[in-house]
Design a binder for this molecule. Structure first.
Ligand code: GSN
Length: 221
């Protein structure tokens, strides 16, 4: 049997967190090799393991994969989280790109100057409540299924749940006007593989604090 996928990244969420989520949702156990200094990153580069000199990098199936989207595409396709045909995949891609736009807004906040925090958070609240959540609420209503696409779990569900939880960390009652999304969140959080990931002891990382952000900046800049 092939070994566990190995995730190379700093010990924080960043661009690896969605990959951690995707493995967890697929029920695949992964292991982590943390980059905690410039020397750790330099070693991976010297060894020729980083195609574009960047992480995330995931060792999987004999490959050293980089580019977070490429990695997610591979995991989703491998573990049947990517729809049953091209049109389902197209929808899944649109939903995922949208959640990623929102996710990225949140992901970057700890790396910005502290004095813009209020403005950054206001934008997240505005974008989620006026641009993204109303659309997903409508998708759930019109589609009438437990999942966003088709009638089975896809990466779109996983990525939306991840991002909902991130928005709630900014504003706890963010779903108050979105009953179907609230029910979606409960349903998804209770899928056994996901439930396990949400419990302590999983590879899930806490929100990036100033100390973790400073460590990442030191390693990557
Ligand atoms: O999605 C991706 O994996 C790439 N398009 C971007 C990867 C990236 O920016 N990696 C950063 C660290 S994680 N933060 O976003 C990185 O490796 N920076 C060092 C560098 O020399 O670019």
């Amino acid at each position: 049997m092939a070994g566990k996928p190995k995730l190379h990244y700093f010990n924080g969420r960043g661009r690896m967190e969605t990959i951690r989520w995707m493995f967890a949702a697929a029920g695949v156990e992964a292991e982590e090799q943390h980059i905690s200094s410039k020397a750790d990153l330099e070693k991976l580069r010297q060894d020729g393991f980083l195609l574009f000199q960047q992480v995330p990098m995931v060792e999987i199936d004999g490959m050293k994969m980089v580019q977070s989207r490429a990695i997610l595409n591979y995991i989703a396709a491998k573990y049947n989280l990517y729809g049953k045909d091209l049109k389902e995949r197209a929808l899944i891609d649109m939903y995922c790109e949208a959640t990623m736009d929102l996710n990225e807004l949140i992901m970057m906040v700890p790396f910005k100057p502290a004095d813009t925090r209020e403005k950054d958070e206001a934008l997240i609240i505005e974008r989620s409540s006026t641009r993204y959540f109303p659309v997903f609420e409508k998708v759930l209503k019109n589609h009438g299924q437990n999942y966003l696409v088709g009638n089975t779990l896809s990466r779109a569900d996983v990525q939306l749940l991840e991002t909902i939880l991130m928005v709630e960390e900014v504003k706890a009652d963010s779903l108050s006007k979105f009953p179907l999304l609230k029910a979606f969140k409960e349903r998804m959080s209770n899928i056994p593989t996901i439930k396990k990931f949400l419990q302590p002891g999983s590879l899930r990382k806490p929100p990036t604090d100033a100390k973790t952000a400073a460590e990442a900046i030191k390693a990557f800049h």
